[in-house]
Design a protein around this ligand. Structure first.
Ligand SMILES: N[C@@H](CSCCS(N)(=O)=O)C(=O)O
Ligand SMILES: [Mn+2]
Ligand SMILES: [Mn+2]
Ligand SMILES: [Mn+2]
Length: 321
């Protein structure tokens, strides 16, 4: 019976400018208030909370083409990438609490700066792979992957505060799970780059166990790279996690969502996690907000060894009379 020891570094990224809805910047503190640090410590993790980043205000952040708030998003992600790199340099598995999914730009770049090559597991109703020129909304939380993938760089225009961004992930090292709301242009990109994707159709057809088995085979089929798990809370069904900016029916069950984190943990390769798009202002009741936040906490606990069968510490000794 092996109990692995997890060392966790938490970064709060209260940022919302990758999308238009207020409230998602409240995610980090809500997740902490639900007891994330205490719960990780109770399950045997060493935890260091690095606090919340503060992001510079950017005035007159006018759109460039369709792209909205590029200067604020570029600046925030540059700061986040430095923070994630520092957490990795301290030897922790990094947990980045969002904030919207544009933050994956900084999180993955900061991670890549400390680990040569990464595998990215993107759990999301959406592919978030629109380029600045294909995006139907201009919201950068629908575009983060396009800035990170080597094979897309000829399709990315110059944007203010984005010049520091260099692609760091190959299409072959990406796996999507949970897709069910993919734009036509994104679908073209996924197909033309041959990116591995388990949409909700595959989840239905194969079942989550086979999806995770095939994900493991695919990630391991080449060399074993550290895993960056970017988890958008909207991957789960809105019946579980309604308090989010872009809910889409027909999502992952709570059990499927947790199973993903349990199996990723068991690879022993998890090196960074994003938990993004929790937005309390999108919950109609307190119950909707708390259901969303507690699912987020449970998912992160699953990343660091919590099992539904139960856990006990390796030095536990039963009491004797
Ligand atoms: N595909 C749409 C919606 S993307 C939703 C972004 S997220 N991060 O998954 O909530 C777009 O590009 O704006
Ligand atoms: Mn999403
Ligand atoms: Mn997303
Ligand atoms: Mn582990």
């Amino acid at each position: 019976y092996k109990r692995s020891h997890h060392s966790v570094g938490i970064i709060g990224a209260p940022f919302s400018k990758g999308q238009p809805r207020d409230g998602v910047e409240k995610g980090p503190d809500l997740i902490r208030a639900a007891g994330l640090v205490e719960k990780l410590k109770a399950q045997g993790c060493a935890v260091k909370d690095y606090g919340n980043l503060t992001f510079e205000e950017v005035a007159n952040d006018e759109p460039v083409g369709r792209v909205k708030r590029p200067r604020a998003v570029g600046s925030a992600n540059k700061r986040l990438s430095a923070a994630v790199h520092a957490v990795k340099s301290d030897g922790h598995t990094c947990v980045m609490l969002g904030g919207d999914h544009s933050l994956a730009i900084g999180s993955i770049l900061g991670h890549a700066a400390s680990k040569a090559e990464l595998s990215v597991v993107w759990v999301d109703a959406h592919a978030d792979i629109n380029t600045p020129l294909t995006s139907p909304t201009g919201n950068i939380h629908g575009q983060p992957m396009s800035y990170l993938i080597h094979e897309l760089q000829s399709k990315i225009p110059v944007l203010p505060n984005f010049s520091w961004i260099k692609p760091c992930v190959s299409a072959k090292d990406i796996v999507y799970i949970g897709l069910r709301d993919v734009d036509p242009e994104e679908h073209y990109i996924l197909k033309s780059l041959g990116i591995k994707a388990f949409s909700m159709s595959e989840v239905d057809r194969l079942g989550i166990a086979k999806v995770m088995e095939q994900t493991g085979d695919y990630i391991f089929s080449k060399v074993k790279k550290p895993i960056h798990l970017s988890y958008d809370i909207d991957a789960l069904d809105p019946s579980i996690t309604p308090a989010t900016g872009t809910p889409v029916v027909g999502g992952l069950t709570y059990r499927e969502g947790i199973y993903i984190t349990e199996t990723i943990c068991q690879t022993g390769l998890l090196s960074a996690v994003d938990l993004v798009e929790v937005n309390p202002k999108r919950g109609r009741t307190e119950d909707e907000i708390s259901s969303t936040v507690s699912a987020a906490v449970d998912l992160i606990q699953g990343c660091f060894g919590k099992l539904r069968e139960g856990n006990h510490s390796s030095d536990y000794k039963m009491p004797v009379p």
